[in-house]
Design a protein around this ligand. Structure first.
Ligand SMILES: [Zn+2]
Length: 204
């Protein structure tokens, strides 16, 4: 059995506050404060770790659907993850890319009737995944079959499904975010720090 939480923590991809006011907490780029931090890049940059996650029976292996012709993620975060999932499923990989306020499927031609699995590295609000679903529908004229599950490494959205599609995640950490003035950890005297530059302090 693999302790995926621990693997993510060791890789620098996940940190969760332990509740102690003596420990610092996360100051996010958005300016919000949080009791957790996810940086899947630290996992998706490791092909061998992705392969392990996708192949082990207590990893994502049992959560992968059969019959996909394409695996599509959103650029840039899910590009390598989509590629790894496609390798595992022996199908094609592609990605949607940012175009103004939308995600566009620009350089891949999905044929009518082909089955598409949508994947994400991390689902935070679900916004970019919904845009990816829209981008695939727009590019294929709704003629591709989008499979009924979305596979991701980390689901921190608190949602079970998006657009009627079940989210199947490796990890589902409970993470809260607050405006600085509402942050209960600040009120207890915990210090907010930038996670990437204070990783050692956070995880000490
Ligand atoms: Zn705070």
């Amino acid at each position: 059995m693999s302790d995926w939480n621990k693997e993510f923590v060791n890789a620098g991809a996940l940190w969760l506050h332990d509740g102690s006011a003596a420990r610092p907490h996360a100051l996010l780029t958005s300016g919000l404060h949080s009791d957790g931090f996810v940086n899947c890049t630290m996992v998706t940059q490791k092909p061998s770790l992705l392969r392990k996650i996708l192949n082990e029976p207590d990893g994502l292996s049992p959560k992968l659907p059969i019959g996909a012709d394409w695996v599509i993620g959103s650029a840039l975060g899910a590009v390598t993850f989509a590629y790894a999932v496609a390798e595992r499923l022996s199908c094609r990989a592609g990605f949607t890319e940012k175009d103004g306020d939308t995600m566009r499927l620009a350089r891949f031609e999905i044929q009518p009737g082909q089955k598409v699995l949508v994947v994400e590295d991390v689902i935070s609000t679900g916004g970019s995944t919904l845009k990816t679903l829209e981008g695939i529908k727009a590019a294929t004229g709704g003629k591709a079959t989008i499979l009924p599950s979305i596979v991701c490494l980390v689901n921190r959205s608190g949602k079970d499904e998006l657009d009627g599609k079940k989210i199947r995640a490796l990890l589902t950490p409970a993470i809260n975010t607050w405006k600085p003035e509402d942050c209960p950890l600040c009120k207890q005297g915990s210090e907010p720090v930038r996670p990437k530059s204070h990783w050692k302090q956070l995880t000490a």
